[in-house]
Write a protein that binds this ligand. Sequence first.
Ligand code: IMP
Ligand code: MG
Length: 174
Amino acid sequence: MMNNLELLYSSQEIEQAISQIAATLNDTYKDKDPIIVGVLKGSLCFVSDLIRKLSFPFTLEFIRAKSYGLRGDKPQEVTIEGIDFDISHKDIIVVDDIFDRGETLHKILDELNKHHPASIKSVLLLRKKSKKMISLEPDYTLLDIEDKFVIGYGLDYKEHYRGLDGIYAFKSIP
Ligand code: IMP
Ligand code: MG
């Protein structure tokens, strides 16, 4: 299975990038007690590694983002599930796997903002060089990738490959 895969970022490179972003967050949130909101399922590995490097108090929640429709030139229909915790007047840190065309993050911020948080920042592990559908940028991104389909470290292809410890691209789509 691995010989169709090209390694883009090793687990060591991912860890190093997470240490850097954790240092920034540790400085920004040192006197706060934010809610970290992980976006299932792709942020699974990222969230669990990130939280173990944080030195400020926080609580942890998860939401789920689902996309509908073919990925073409049209915007995807994204729905957000699981905002069943109180976020009013709280500082929120959204943690997700990948910023591709931006619709998912846009929708997440839209939904969270309806509940009047004190602040929201977004932390994205990967940022893909693709045609963006909207003029929105994440507050923090860790690693850049070309416009290729990637898997591993939580990211899936047809729900598989989430357990790979690095980030890989397919040499050819299976
Ligand atoms: P966006 O809404 O176009 O920014 O897409 C973001 C979502 O699409 C991510 O949270 C992933 O679930 C999924 N996605 C986009 N690109 C990839 C990829 O290369 N591999 C795996 N999932 C991806
Ligand atoms: Mg996702």
